[in-house]
Design a binder for this molecule. Structure first.
Ligand SMILES: CC(C)(COP(=O)(O)OP(=O)(O)OC[C@H]1O[C@@H](n2cnc3c(N)ncnc32)[C@H](O)[C@@H]1OP(=O)(O)O)[C@@H](O)C(=O)NCCC(=O)NCCS
Length: 182
């Protein structure tokens, strides 16, 4: 498995994953259908919004429908000859993340390629990129009942910092915050 930049050559496999019901947004399954529509409408614009080193532009819609400013960040795709999942890095230049942003890194592996070590490997690769961007550490959050995600984080040196209550705009509920020093 390797991390690739989202590009037209991977798009057919990516769309198949969306059509099978996989969503790149763990909190919002409807994003699959929204992305299929966006790709059909304007594939170039779709690719552009996946990689945004400056931040800004179209805001980010939260689960309650509110829209918040887009942080700088980018998405990478996991690829093993087929699309396997996505992982994203975002940051707030010189500052802590705003409370509406659940961690610097989020990831999701398509169900039919889980338990092959892909998420653990993808996180290791992305941590290297975060280090080379000069971030001193990253925060990664996950729910207390997501044992797989917790294993992915701790296998990469993550240390539990706290349990907290998510904002109502993010759907509420308990969440664990891990920190990985870089
Ligand atoms: C969490 C997730 C990314 C893990 O992806 P993955 O590629 O299957 O993870 P890995 O293969 O690297 O497995 C990591 C560990 O979790 C374990 N694991 C994987 N799926 C599991 C499951 N469903 N139940 C229990 N353990 C599981 C693996 O056995 C492995 O443990 P080990 O190191 O002791 O062998 C994937 O389950 C997923 O996409 N879930 C939905 C989205 C999500 O929860 N994202 C994270 C949000 S913070």
């Amino acid at each position: 498995m390797q991390l690739v930049w989202p590009a037209p050559e991977y798009l057919r496999s990516y769309c198949e994953a969306l059509q099978r019901g996989w969503s790149p947004n763990n909190l919002q399954p409807q994003v699959a259908q929204e992305e299929l529509a966006a790709i059909k409408n304007n594939p170039d614009a779709f690719f552009e919004q996946l990689v945004n080193f400056e931040g800004g532009g179209i805001g980010v819609k939260l689960p309650d429908g509110s829209v918040v400013p887009r942080l700088p960040g980018y998405r990478r795709w996991m690829w093993d000859g087929e699309f396997c999942g996505s992982i994203q890095l975002r940051w707030a230049t010189g500052a802590a993340l705003p409370d509406y942003c659940l961690g610097h890194i989020g990831y999701s592996v398509v169900p039919w390629k889980q338990r092959r070590g892909y998420a653990t490997c993808a996180l290791a690769l992305l941590l290297r990129e975060a280090r080379s961007r000069g971030l001193p550490h990253v925060e990664i959050t996950t729910s207390p009942d997501n044992a797989a995600s917790q294993k992915v984080i701790t296998a990469n040196g993550g240390v539990l910092v706290e349990e907290f209550e998510k904002l109502a705009s993010l759907g509420g509920g308990r969440e664990l915050r891990f920190r990985v020093g870089l």
